[in-house]
Design a protein around this ligand. Sequence first.
Ligand code: 5AD
Length: 380
Amino acid sequence: MDTTPLGMPPLCPQMPVSALLTWLQTFEPAHLAFLFATADATRQRNVGQEVHLRGLVEIGNYCQRQCLYCGLRSGNLGIERYRLSTPQILQAAHLAAEYGWGTVVLQAGEDAGFSQQSISEIVSLIKQQTSLAVTLSLGERSHTELAAWRQAGADRYLLRFETSDQALFNYIHPHQSSQASRLQILQDLRELGYEVGSGIMVGIPGQSYLSVAHDLDLFRQLRLHMVGLGPFIPSPGTPLAEAQAGGPKLRDGLTQAELAGDSESELAYQQIPNDELAVYKTLALTRILLPKANIPATTALATINKPSGRLLGLQRGANVVMPNLTPSEQRRLYNIYPDKACANETAEQTREGIEAQLASIGRGVSQGPGTSLAYLDSNT
Ligand code: 5AD
């Protein structure tokens, strides 16, 4: 029986961009309840009850990029920079293995200080010493590097495209390669045999509802194995935070009101908020479009609703959590955005907190590497 609320388009993996937009723009409680229940049932049917935990190790906060939103941008001279040593990284990986988590994620700013050689060596050592899957999240790196790391045993790579709107992408990534090259890297990663993850921020100043509907469509076109998304959180001292705080002056000199428009047809071009609800809608629709993908309830989501953001994410489509295993001393320096959830905890506290949270909603922790079923399907 079709219980789709009257007047709303059906929720299905093939739904058109116009339908995605309609769902992103509804605030009707009955519509939202239906969207979230459908996403939760889709998650349950396709990837089951278990939650995969990935130990996240922020291996360094140097960055050569100038992304307008990010607290680690190279222009931000006020922060203390670090790189973890190989023994420190191995120690964190062993902690993930000891906790029974199947994956370690190595994340850093885009930093040539982590050379091809050094990352290859770290990946090989982790693969030799543990049975962990290794995920890398090191920005836009050369094809040669990505191939070498795959050869060394890396299983997965995360590289968000951030927005499918080319003009907005270029605006928030000054002096950076174009969106086209980032999409090319995602394609290359797939050809190299990586499990491929991408994603966006929701609520970037200048990002419309329609633009996020297109982002969702791009997730589907890219047949992503993993999708990470969270709210844009203004990061003090970054140009985008100042643009937002300083009033409605947005991209191309448009004001918020001009972007908003006032007629029905212009609703699509309204600024999408960077709030929880916008993230839950986007997350739920992602699950419906990519039923077998691995989708985390992200730290950014947990940051804007500390008590329950993560749990609500897990009940509205997500099946992965990435607890932070960075040593405390460096963890506080990895400030992509402020007031990050778990910034002041030890690894052990993080672990206990997450396991208790999962138990409270009757979701168990998976064993093993938690390979994306979307990836396994595409390789059979
Ligand atoms: N708010 C939310 N997410 C951010 N990221 C970077 N800066 C911010 C911010 N201010 C996200 C980007 C990036 C990921 C590592 O962190 O999407 O891909």
